[in-house]
Write a protein that binds this ligand. Structure first.
Ligand SMILES: [Zn+2]
Length: 294
């Protein structure tokens, strides 16, 4: 899927605004990796799975699975998979919620484990271009073609990096994302793995506080939370970056409102006027700022 052409336009404009914020942002997003704890501790039992489905027959051709003790499962069908996974708490995969799980458990089948999807969290945690080195658009970047066990190892690596990135986010942003994404199947498993905290009072005030100076102060946050919580989370991930960023094509395809929400928050001047719009969206100020004209 190609990138939406208009995205690069506004990202350039926002990037122009960002230059002056860069110093603050880079401090804020500094990774405290030394303090990061491994979430794959003994108390949390995670296994990884990858299902290869035929492009034409849409049937399972190959399944790979991996447990934390490094034992592996590699078969052309599901037989023996449930026994292999017995005793785990979480089943993790890249695009597992809307793809692999449907093939393993059937369309309406019940899954006995909590699903953790590395695909959907990735643009939240790695919004800057280039993205995480293991992810290209919605796919994992694998050196071994069609090897589901190799893809399980990549998924394990990606999940650990996502956990590290989550723990390195400022606490306020963790609260914002967790509160917006709680209970959504694509995100909920990850939030449980990282033992995310949620804001009982909702995300509106948190967003206004933690994105002050980056978005219009009069934007209707409540309405966005009610109708587009996931899209708002992706939009805020983009807005919160210090460097060049762009929404991956698959996100725009799955959540087409992300583009509009960024425009609404960052590029639409409010009638009442606010500190953000009066400085960032003032045509005369910016004529001077970007082109040097009075
Ligand atoms: Zn405004």
């Amino acid at each position: 899927m190609p990138f939406h052409s208009s995205m690069s336009f506004w990202s350039k404009i926002i990037d122009g605004f960002r230059k002056s914020d860069e110093k603050i942002d880079s401090v804020e997003s500094h990774r405290v990796s030394s303090e990061v704890q491994s979430a794959t501790s003994e108390s949390v039992r995670i296994a990884y799975v990858d299902v290869e489905v035929g492009a034409n027959d849409r049937k399972i051709h190959d399944i790979g699975a991996l447990r934390d003790d490094d034992s592996t499962f590699h078969q052309s069908g599901k037989k023996g998979l449930m026994e292999f996974l017995d005793g785990i708490d979480y089943l993790c995969g890249h695009n597992i919620v809307k793809h692999d799980a449907r093939y393993i458990f059937g369309k309406d089948g019940e899954c006995p484990w909590i699903l953790v999807d590395t695909l959907y969290m990735s643009p939240i945690l790695f919004p800057e271009r280039p993205y995480h080195c293991l992810v290209k658009d919605y796919k994992l970047v694998s050196e071994q073609m069609n090897n589901p066990v190799a893809d399980c190892r990549l998924t394990r690596e990606l999940l650990q990096d996502e956990i590290d990135a989550w723990n390195a986010l400022p606490e306020g942003r963790r609260l914002v994302f967790a509160t917006l994404l709680r209970g959504k199947p694509e995100f909920d498993g990850f939030l449980r793995v990282v033992k995310a905290q949620y804001a009982a009072e909702g995300a509106t005030d948190l967003i206004k506080k933690h994105y002050e100076g980056k978005i219009c102060g009069n934007a209707d946050i409540d309405d966005l939370i009610e109708h587009y919580p996931c899209e708002l989370a992706y939009a805020l991930a983009l807005i919160g970056t210090a460097h060049d960023s762009v929404t991956p094509g698959w996100v725009l395809h799955t959540y087409p409102q992300v583009d509009n929400i960024v425009r609404q928050l960052c590029l639409t001047r409010c009638i009442q006027g606010c500190a953000y719009c009066d400085s960032r969206l003032d045509i005369h100020l910016n004529l001077k700022r970007f082109f040097g004209y009075d």
